[in-house]
Design a protein around this ligand. Structure first.
Ligand code: CTP
Ligand code: CA
Length: 232
């Protein structure tokens, strides 16, 4: 990939990108969250802009400087519910939606109205969790706009059930997105670092292309794959 990084091949297109990590409040001062910096999604937004697209960046606690992006294109969110409604409202007229955000799989069943206190001798509290909606699967099943290209990311680690690619291909078949960018995480790869490597697969789990190097280079490779899917 990365062959057409300077082309204006997204001219006139609206690209919605979610980035960062959602946070689910436990009480007024605490949340459940994750380590996503949002850099990969921000690089996709930047690259899409450079290629001529109008971009909406739905930013969930993004930890990188986005002051180079048009403030009007930025929607800041915190929770998964907020991210879902922002993506769905911006996505209605989008040609492309890229779900690069690390979305919390679960949220506390309730949020305490005041700070949870400890008390001597009392057992630690239990936080009951409920599952969040799968935004990518919903977008893939519904298609907010005909011909819309829906893209997801899969951060995987290998385990006893399979390697990174096996898990990613199975996820692609479950989610139904047009494209899924699979990347290995853990051991200093993926989260919080500038370098990344992805295998881009289709909804059948078949490899479309690969991208590696900086997160910017990965963004360009992903957009190459997106452009090749957009109806002319
Ligand atoms: N995603 C989403 N809504 C969720 C969870 C994930 O839209 N509730 C999206 C992410 O933005 C990403 C893709 O789905 O584009 C894959 O996320 P991932 O966490 O790898 O997959 P899950 O289906 O949550 O599976 P698991 O975490 O159990 O591996
Ligand atoms: Ca998940």
């Amino acid at each position: 990939g990365g062959t057409s990084g300077t082309a204006r091949d997204l001219d006139g297109r609206h690209v919605v990108v979610s980035a960062g990590g959602t946070r689910e409040p436990i009480d007024p001062v605490r949340f459940l969250g994750n380590r996503s910096s949002g850099l990969q999604g921000v690089e996709i937004a930047r690259a899409a802009r450079k290629r001529g697209a109008r971009v909406t960046l739905v930013a969930a606690s993004v930890g990188v400087d986005v002051s180079d992006l048009d403030p009007g294109s930025l929607v800041e969110v915190e929770t998964t519910a907020e991210l879902r409604s922002a993506v769905r409202s911006a996505g209605g007229d989008a040609d492309v939606i890229v779900m690069a955000a690390a979305v919390a799989d679960f949220r506390p069943a309730g949020t305490a109205a005041s700070k949870i206190k400890k008390s001597a001798g009392a057992p630690p509290p239990t936080i009951e969790l409920v599952e969040n909606p799968d935004i990518l699967a919903e977008l893939s099943a519904e298609r907010l706009r005909p011909g819309q290209v829906v893209v997801g990311f899969a951060a995987e680690t290998g385990d006893a059930d399979g390697d990174v690619l096996e898990h990613g291909r199975a996820k692609a078949r479950r989610k139904g997105a047009d494209l899924l960018a699979i990347n290995a995480v853990g051991d200093g790869v993926g989260f919080g670092v500038a370098e990344n490597a992805v295998t881009i697969v289709d909804r059948d789990g078949e490899t479309v292309s690969t991208g590696q190097g900086t997160k910017r280079a990965v963004a360009e490779a992903l957009l190459d794959a997106v452009v090749s899917r957009l109806a002319r």
